[in-house]
Design a protein around this ligand. Structure first.
Ligand code: AMP
Ligand code: GLY
Length: 420
């Protein structure tokens, strides 16, 4: 069969590689892909929000299954659009994608189903913000309701900051929504828990811990993610049962009752405190770079899992994992997450000898005149598998040193909380 994969990040290169390894697959088309996917798939340069063009290309290339990597096309209804046109898609529909696309939707669902999460108030104006401030203690987390490309959350340590940040959102800083969500600040340790979900069932799809801050020791600005490791040891069996019973089941039942059953990957973003999980956020897709640490640990054919999900056959699907742990360090363009230069050549990639335990997943890269050039903030993902996080990190850092890309930087301390 032929597969169409939507997206162009490290997550999509990791997914593309797994699809490439599947015996079920003939050709892969990436919309639009990157320099890494171009080696194992055919890149098709189409705007992923231009649904008609995507549909046209799906028909031309006789694509049997579409896999959606990023959130934006999901939230904007690509799955509904393609299903209406009789195309099979792996991913949630527009209604279910509100779990990520609208924090107000997600928080109201939590309230209705008594799901443990930070106390909150959805505000449409300054007066409501001021009222919340009267009854809450600092810090307060200010969030934009809609998609904000990872820039919609501000942790505020004083009341003035709460007011100015809220004002910016009311004034239309983010096109997706003008509503503000104010939240109590949760203490604890963050972890991400993943599931693959069909109409009737779901299966565990790994755990990971991301490192969102740009600087070592978790300092500086927020990014899309500078590195991750898997598994996240903090999620033990007892906590997992609580995640399923108190958070996942009520959510999936809520959607099912509204005739919009969830389908696809579900990313449960958690804060764990005193052995209790609290829901911070849902994402309706795999994480990036979490995907790059989880997929190399997967033993089962990913395309089989995706097909069984689309056909509501997950119950019979056994998903097997390698015992090894894994880590990813993200190589970024200097300046990220602020402004950075593009089109910088990455020269030494062919000097790096990868063992079967090492992977380089491309993100912001492109091929031009047979050269690989940078094309984004997060450029390459170096992933390795092994038995010990300290050794894995050492191995990755050695590979990054061989690459020695002068225009980039990376964090050397991924996993610092568990490695010490
Ligand atoms: P979100 O987009 O909701 O995941 O928020 C981005 C990041 O902000 C999370 O990964 C957390 O590190 C932090 N964060 C969000 N909400 C809270 C909260 N209520 N308490 C503490 N930290 C939070
Ligand atoms: N790494 C965080 C995310 O994918 O949302």
């Amino acid at each position: 069969m032929n597969i169409g994969l939507i997206g162009s990040g490290g997550r999509e290169h990791a997914i593309c590689k797994k699809i490439y390894e599947s015996k079920l697959v003939n050709k892969i088309f990436c919309f639009p892909g990157n320099a890494g996917t171009s080696k194992i798939a055919i890149n098709v340069d189409i705007d992923i929000l231009n649904f008609n063009k995507i549909l046209n290309s799906i028909k031309v290339h006789k694509i049997d299954l579409v896999v959606v990597g990023p959130e934006e096309p999901l939230v904007k209804g690509l799955v509904n659009f393609l299903n209406k046109n009789k195309i099979k898609v792996f991913g949630p529909n527009k209604y279910a994608s509100q779990l990520e696309g609208s924090k107000a939707f997600m928080k109201n669902l939590c309230k209705a189903k008594k799901i443990p999460t930070a106390n909150f108030k959805i505000c449409k104006n300054k007066k409501q913000v001021k009222n919340f401030l009267k009854e809450s203690s600092l810090p307060i987390v200010v969030k934009a309701d809609g998609l904000a490309a990872g820039k919609g959350v501000t942790i505020c340590n004083n009341r003035k900051k709460v007011l100015t940040t809220s004002d910016e959102i009311f004034n239309g800083k983010f096109k997706s929504s003008k509503k503000v969500i104010l939240e109590e600040f949760l203490e604890g340790e963050e972890a991400s828990y993943f599931l693959v979900v069909d109409k009737n069932n779901f299966k565990f799809f790994g755990t990971a811990q991301d490192h969102k801050r740009v600087g070592e020791n978790d300092t500086g600005l927020n990014t899309g993610g500078m590195g991750a490791y898997s598994p996240a040891n903090i999620i033990n069996n007892k906590i997992e049962r609580k995640i399923i019973n108190k958070i996942v089941n009520p959510t999936l039942n809520f959607l099912k009752k509204r005739k919009n059953s969830y389908k696809g990957f579900l990313y449960v973003g958690l804060m764990v405190k005193d052995n209790e999980p609290y829901l911070i956020e849902y994402n309706v897709r795999m994480g990036d770079p979490e995907c790059q640490v989880i997929l190399p640990r997967l033993k089962t054919d990913l395309v089989k899992i995706m097909l069984n999900t689309v056909n509501n056959n997950l119950k019979k699907t056994s998903i097997k994992w390698r015992k090894e742990k894994s880590m990813t360090i993200v190589l970024c363009s200097k300046g990220y997450p602020g402004s950075y230069k593009k089109d910088k050549e990455i020269k030494n990639l062919n000097k790096i000898k990868l063992s079967k335990y090492d992977f380089v997943f491309h993100a912001g890269t492109k091929v031009q005149n047979n050269k690989i050039l940078s094309a984004g903030g997060r450029v390459l993902n170096f992933t390795s598998l092994g038995s010990d996080f300290f050794k894995i990190r050492k191995r990755i850092l050695r590979l990054l040193n061989i690459l020695n890309w002068k225009n980039g930087f990376f964090r050397r301390d991924i996993g610092w909380k568990i490695i010490g």
